[in-house]
Write a protein that binds this ligand. Sequence first.
Ligand code: ATP
Length: 303
Amino acid sequence: MDHILQTENLSKSYGKFKALNNLTINVPKGAIYGMVGRNGAGKTTLIRIITGLNYPTSGSYSVFGVKDNDKNLLEVRRKIGAVVETPSLHPEMTAKDNLIQQTKALGISDEKLDDILKLVGLANTGKKKAKNFSLGMRQRLGIAFSLVGDPEFLVLDEPINGLDPQGIMEVREMILKLNREKGITILISSHILDELSRLATHYGFIEQGHVIKEMSAEELEKVSRRSVHLNVNDTKLLAEVLDGMGAEYRVYSPNEADIFTPIQVTPLVLALNEKNCFVNSMSEHHESLENYFMGLVGGARNV
Ligand code: ATP
């Protein structure tokens, strides 16, 4: 089995409204799959369907190679851990006691709880009650809940929403650890595209309930445009030289500009020197995930 999750023309209608419209995605085994889509694109609807919280109107899906109409679906769903809505924690309990409750609810052993607490960075919270946790700690405890069943596939709906930069970093480190050390395949939806780009190995770009593009991070890297950012003494002189070369560029200020056409640095610097335009600094950048997404869905591109 190469894919942990596959959907085929999955649709979900509410009356005449199609929250999912022939949505087809493929989540490879071992991936961190980033689902990118605007508000209302259908991300949560998809997650609710594959975790068994809702049903499709038409189309099909399979998890761990088992089709949604197969009687073994319930069994394989046990291998999915999900944080879909804010998990209901017991505020008066410690992190560990919260997890003990969860093992009791699932009727499974609690012997791995210390490992799980370590994995999510909550091993040292001791007697601290969940009500006194930061939002980031609560989020990680929620993810710990979903790890209790020892999942092979983790589904996280907006796991870093509302977190501060420290909290975001902690959740990011944890997600990477779960993927790299435990080999867990992770499906993650997020609005914070910059953050997603630090994690994802694969992307699905969703718009109006439909996947408009699916690609690996490597493919994205290849197609996303590179730019060279320059700081010069006078962008007017820079513009004259770039116009002469027929290069595509954008000037931001009397000193800052981006060049989008691939250029050879030495001839450019020599040509600039001749015009008394001097380069203070130069750095290469990649088009951001956000720009790429906006380009795909027809929003304004930056250039
Ligand atoms: P967000 O990032 O805002 O959570 P999303 O991509 O997760 O967005 P969904 O929550 O899946 O989007 O919603 C997709 C669309 O389906 C939205 O327009 C939403 O209003 C609609 N929708 C979701 N659930 C229902 C429901 N039970 N009844 C009617 N419409 C619904």
